[in-house]
Design a protein. Structure first.
Length: 429
């Protein structure tokens, strides 16, 4: 288990200060000729107790709460010892001063009040058990140790506090720099970044929103979803509510009415925002405009549907002849399913009905003009022969290099075959 910084600091302070207290109490016991039992109890409290308290703290899950209890127990024990020593003025002052200062640093005014009450409670418990005595005077050495010990203790607490303040300032500077960096990223990103409260009202929206929505729609506290398409609003609001209730992120799509009257499409990722106590206070929404992407997807879907439903067979290969795609008509005419041919080279499905020189001439024509059309004989998967009309086109990139070949063909019946001679028919006959 990781040891908290508070427990480590207090362990060092408690061990050193209680050892000093043992020296002071030991002088008082020696001056008063105290019995051996008093020395044993003093050694147990001032020399062994700090280590026992630390051992208990580091084994506790909530180490801060355990250390607060230790500080209050310190006050009780020292209050009881002051009463047992008959309230010597300087030792009483030093003990009350040290315990109160410790609790003030950790707990403020409430810590001071609790520490004082614990100190008084310890003293009162001793008085109830053993009676009240008052012996205010101490020797010069004890007085000097208490005086200078209080000064050293206060300086030590001040040094520790100053170090903590420096670390806190450094942490705040790092936090501000992180906030500045992330705000800079958010405000210059093309994506839409926003934070909403649990009711879906704006807490923050990045400047990219200004390109899409009117200023009145972006005011702090305004409804963040009133610009969402009416058919999507219920679903979007419900998804955000699920996130702020469960804490689980969600991905959603929605349409947004823009200030220029158009409708844009967005994809968004929604994450819950939690406070220091772990409670969910709202959600962060990072949205990206996917209008053009979705339009292209729809175009591809339409093209794919047309590709699959064509009466003619179609085969697409890369520049090396590896088959990338075939449609349903290809399978219907040839008998080969898509799984049989995709990934294979188209040479594997040539039926030797034409010589190799024929295919060399076709390839040369494609490289020269980019297109070839002709009539050929082919054999289906089941071995039956058929005649086909085929058109092959070369697809080139912007630099003129061939990247793909597209073959379009259909089976010819007797009437089609005798209708006339197409380019390349003489070679393929």
């Amino acid at each position: 288990m990781q040891i908290s910084r508070l427990a480590t600091i207090n362990y060092g302070i408690r061990s050193a200060s209680f050892a000093w207290c043992f020296a002071v109490v030991g002088l008082i016991l020696w001056e008063r000729h105290a019995p051996l039992l008093a020395w044993a109890v003093a050694a147990l409290l001032f020399l062994a107790y700090p280590h026992a308290a630390y051992a208990v703290t580091i084994e506790t899950r909530n180490q801060r709460a355990a250390e607060l209890r230790n500080l209050r127990f310190d006050s009780i024990l020292l209050g009881a010892w002051v009463a047992a020593l008959a309230f010597p003025t300087w030792p009483a002052f030093a003990a009350l001063f040290a315990t109160t200062l410790n609790n003030a640093v950790v707990g403020g005014w409430l810590g001071i009040a609790i520490s004082t009450a614990c100190f008084a409670g310890g003293a009162f418990a001793w008085i109830v058990l053993r009676g009240y005595q008052h012996w205010p005077m101490t020797g010069e050495l004890v007085t000097a140790l208490c005086f200078f010990g209080s000064i050293v203790y206060a300086c030590g607490i001040g040094v520790v506090t100053a170090g903590q303040r420096r670390r806190l300032r450094a942490a705040h500077e790092a936090l501000r720099e992180g906030e500045r960096r992330y705000r800079l990223i958010a405000e210059h990103a093309g994506d839409l970044v926003a934070m909403v409260d649990r009711n879906g009202r704006w807490l923050y929206n990045s400047p990219s929103y200004a390109r899409l929505l009117a200023p009145s729609d972006l005011e702090h506290g305004a409804d963040a979803f009133r610009g969402v398409h009416e058919d999507d609003q219920f679903r979007v609001r419900g998804a955000v509510q699920v996130v702020v209730r469960s804490g689980e992120p969600a991905r959603l799509r929605f349409r947004l009415h823009t200030k220029d009257g158009t409708v844009r499409r967005f994809e968004a990722l929604v994450h819950a925002v939690k406070d220091e106590a772990g409670g969910i206070t709202g959600a962060v929404i990072a949205a990206r405009d996917v209008t053009e992407l979705r339009d292209r997807e729809e175009q591809l879907e339409v093209a794919y549907a047309a590709f699959e439903r064509m009466a003619e067979a179609m085969m697409i290969t890369n520049a090396a002849g590896r088959i990338l795609s075939v449609n349903l008509s290809y399978s219907r005419i040839t008998g080969y399913g898509a799984a049989d041919v995709i990934g294979h080279n188209e040479r594997e499905f040539r039926t030797a009905m034409q010589p190799q020189a024929f295919y060399d001439d076709v390839y040369a024509e494609l490289l020269r003009s980019g297109h070839w059309t002709g009539i050929t004989w082919c054999r289906r998967r089941d071995g039956t022969l058929y005649r086909e009309w085929r058109s092959v086109s070369a697809v080139r990139d912007v630099e003129g290099r061939v990247t793909h070949f597209v073959s379009l063909f259909r089976e010819l019946n007797g009437h089609d075959a005798g209708a006339g001679t197409l380019p390349g028919a003489a070679r393929s006959a």
